[in-house]
Design a protein around this ligand. Structure first.
Ligand code: SAH
Length: 245
C-alpha cells in the first residue's frame, strides 16, 4: 500500500537530509503557494533523484520565494530498470508525448538518434527536461531519467556497449515478433529500444543494424505504427518480460 501519496510531490535539486532547510525558487513557490494553495505548517513530499523521498514542512511561502524544512524520509532511493529508449526525434508535441509516457513506463535514459530520414533533428532540451521532471513527479518515480545529447545512428553504433542488446523496431515486416524475441532474453540483460523516424529506416541503415551482433530486429505486427506508438508498445512488451511490472 502506498502511504502519503495524497501529499503533493516536488522535485528539487538540493541535497535532502533530516533537518535540511531548502529555499524555494519563484516557480516552486508559485506552484506550492498559488497552484496548490498550501500554507506555512503544511507538508509536501520532495525528491531530488538521489536521496529518496522526504516529507518537508513549509516554513515560509511568499509570491516569489519560500522555504521548506525536511523532516522525515518516506522512501529510500530506488532506481528504475535499466532500459534506454533511442528514438529519432519527431514533431515537438510528439517528442513531448514520448518523454512523458516513456518516463511513466520506466525509461532510464532517452537517447535521441539522428537517422537519414529524421525530419526534426533540433530538440528543445530545456523544455523536454521540464516535461520529464513533471512526469516523474506524477508517476511516483524516485529517479529522473537522463536525456543524452543527440547523435547520429553511426555514432551511436560505433560507441555501443556490446553487452547492451539493441532492440530494433524494424517495420519492414520480415523481423521476428517482438514478444518471441524478448521472451528469450535472460533477466537483467541491459537493453535499449530503437525506434525510427516517420519516414522509417533506409535499406542501408537496416542492413548496418542487422549486421551488428548486439542488435535484435523485432516486428510489432502487420500494421505500421507511428513512431510514438511504436516506442510505447515496445516498452510495454519489454516491461512484460523483463521489467518491473
Ligand atoms: N514510413 C515508414 C514507417 C515508419 S514508422 C514505412 O511506411 O515503412 C516509425 C518507426 O516506428 C519505424 O521506423 C519503426 O522503428 C517503428 N515501427 C512502426 N511500425 C512498426 C512495426 N509494425 N514493426 C516494427 N517497428 C515498427
Amino acid at each position: 500500500m502506498r502511504e502519503n501519496y495524497t501529499l503533493p510531490r516536488l522535485h528539487l535539486d538540493a541535497p535532502l537530509k533530516d533537518g535540511a532547510n531548502i529555499a524555494l525558487d519563484k516557480a516552486q513557490a508559485h506552484y506550492i503557494g498559488t497552484v496548490l494553495r498550501r500554507e506555512v505548517g503544511e507538508s509536501v513530499r520532495v525528491f531530488n533523484g538521489r536521496d529518496g523521498e522526504w516529507r518537508a514542512q513549509i516554513t515560509k511561502i511568499e509570491k516569489k520565494r519560500g522555504a521548506l524544512k525536511v523532516t522525515e524520509q518516506l522512501r529510500a532511493q530506488q532506481t528504475s530498470p535499466d532500459i534506454w529508449l533511442c528514438f529519432a526525434p519527431v514533431r515537438k508535441h510528439r517528442n513531448a508525448f514520448i518523454f512523458e509516457k516513456g518516463t511513466e513506463l520506466g525509461v532510464a535514459c532517452f537517447q535521441p538518434v539522428l537517422t537519414a530520414r529524421t525530419q526534426f533533428p533540433k530538440m528543445r532540451m530545456d523544455k523536454d527536461k521540464a516535461q520529464i521532471i513533471e512526469a516523474a513527479e506524477q508517476t511516483e518515480r524516485l529517479d529522473i531519467p537522463t536525456v543524452r545529447a543527440g547523435m547520429t545512428l553511426t555514432e551511436l553504433l560505433s560507441g555501443w556497449d556490446k553487452n547492451r542488446l539493441l532492440i530494433f523496431a524494424d517495420e519492414a515486416g520480415d523481423a521476428p515478433r517482438a514478444r518471441e524475441v524478448l521472451s528469450t532474453f535472460s533477466p537483467n540483460t541491459p537493453c535499449a529500444i530503437l525506434i525510427g523516424p516517420e519516414g522509417g529506416f533506409t535499406p542501408e541503415e537496416r542492413e548496418t543494424l542487422r549486421r551488428k551482433e548486439c542488435v535484435r530486429p523485432v516486428s510489432l505486427g502487420p500494421r505500421i505504427l507511428r513512431a510514438d506508438t511504436a516506442a510505447l508498445s515496445l516498452l510495454t512488451i519489454w516491461q512484460t518480460y523483463l521489467g518491473d511490472w
